[in-house]
Design a protein around this ligand. Structure first.
Ligand code: ZN
Length: 184
């Protein structure tokens, strides 16, 4: 039950294409993003991503990461969230009346393949919001890490991807700052 649903796994993977700690980004180039989307079956093999759609994807990713930071106690960067909202306007989703298997939202069939692929990420995000499961998806509160993780704790109380590493790093820094300030 606590295992991340497919929608959370997709959003988590998308958010973690950037690794703050290593200073790497798996999708810095449109071609890399196209490959990433193709690997997940969201874009037909050989499908292309324009620089504009690449930019849209990064804005969406940044905004999502900001919102996931909120779940670990951070304040969101309003500009980044607004930029993501704007990006979502270019990815219209349609409700479907077909009950049963399959998602309840689909990308607007009139969208070109690149936007349909990005709309799939938007749908995953919408599903998480609709079910409330989004609250378990968090950006690590240790800013040097900022890894996005699925919180499996019973009361959804985790703030760090790893208490052993990031939780203790945060505490050690606070301790050092406190002593440096001579407040002890
Ligand atoms: Zn962490």
């Amino acid at each position: 039950m606590l295992e991340a649903p497919p929608s959370a796994q997709l959003v988590e993977a998308f958010a973690n294409t950037v690794d703050v700690e290593l200073g790497t980004d798996d999708v810095t180039e449109p071609a890399q993003l196209a490959a990433w989307l193709s690997e997940r079956g969201l874009l037909p093999p050989g499908g292309r991503i324009s620089p504009a759609d690449h930019d849209l994807a990064l804005r969406l990713r940044d905004g999502i990461r900001e919102e996931l930071g909120v779940h670990a106690g951070d304040s969101p960067d309003a500009l980044r969230v607004a930029a993501a909202e704007e990006a979502l306007r270019e990815l219209p989703l349609l409700a479907t009346v077909r009950r049963g298997a399959g998602p309840s939202l689909i990308p607007d069939p009139g969208l070109p393949p690149a936007k349909q692929a990005l709309a799939a990420v938007a749908i995953a995000w919408s599903e998480l919001l609709a079910t409330g499961e989004v609250a378990r998806l968090k950006r690590c509160a240790e800013h040097a890490c900022a890894w996005v993780f699925w919180d499996v704790s019973k009361n959804r109380s985790r703030r760090w991807c790893s208490m052993r590493v990031c939780g203790n790093r945060t505490k050690a820094r606070r301790y050092a700052a406190k002593h440096a300030a001579g407040s002890d």
